[in-house]
Design a protein around this ligand. Sequence first.
Ligand code: SAM
Length: 351
Amino acid sequence: MAASGKIASFRLPPLPTIGEVIKLYKLRATKQLSQNFLLDLRLTDKIVRQAGNLKGAHVCEVGPGPGGLTRSILNAGAADLLVVEKDTRFIPGLQLLSEAAPGKLRIVHGDILTYRMDRGFPAVISKSWEEDPPNLHIIGNLPFNVSTPLIIKWLEYMANRTGPFTFGRTRLTLTFQKEVAERLTASAASRQRSRLSVMAQYLCTVHSCFTIPGRAFVPKPEVDVGVVHFTPLARPQIQQPFKLVEKVVRNAFQFRRKYCYKGIELLFPERKRPELVEAMLKEADVDPTLRPTELTLAQFRALADAYAGLCTRDPSLFSYEFREELRLNRLTRRTGTPTDPPTPACPPVPC
Ligand code: SAM
């Protein structure tokens, strides 16, 4: 019996290798599902170590496939591992693993983009946002075609404390195409600085762990892969609604190489543009001739606060989209009849 307060360590019994599992179940990689497998368990162990101590932890693994990373998570001592896999062909191999780790592995056949993770774990593991993170981790060697939309979705969930973040500041350890990993961690003035850098870093501590060369995967992808660890911040660096921050950042990066005011002015209707962009940049104390890539998080915070202030004074501003104005102008030129802008479907100022 384990000493009180200690969790007995667990090792999986001898199993067929991942290569043998692939052969046994005829698991040829499908390009459509961006399947590139990791067969080297030293590498999957290294990914899992980036998540921190998993003894007794609850873990959700995204896209377990033939189960290499899954084995490493179980060997690291996770008490409850929920895997979400879209491709049915992998389920029998995962069931074999589940039998080798009784009571520890739950298999969900589903799509991570729609899976309700808030229902996947017991409420008792929840921690309040300000406390230390809960003992719940998300780990995944993500399919490339899913990784970017998924992290954007999870960042919004993080801002709203929904989905996996109903349990508190759930940590994530995920793989990305190296170029995306570099964008996620890029600081101001670096060549890779982008929308994704600002959106991720205002909400989390983002740490680039290491790079896996493409040749480590079967089949070999065209690119190398970066492992990135995210810890949601107890206090996000920008205290405005996600949609508002997202709109400011999206507009600011409209023209990467031009002065930042060029993109920022597109937040405002043409006829009010010069006066409102001047007011916003003045209020934020941001030099209009900086490039968007040079703006720091503190400057984005000041810009978001200044824009929120302008939206409070004129609530119709938030629903304004310059592309829609351009479209209506083009239509008017073609038909000769002025067209009214559409009535916003949602409240102009996000709550
Ligand atoms: N984790 C395995 C490994 O490291 O060898 C497989 C990684 S492979 C890059 C991605 C896995 O995600 C595949 O098993 C694929 O079927 C699965 N997958 C793809 N899209 C998915 C989705 N939307 N939801 C859940 N799983 C998905």
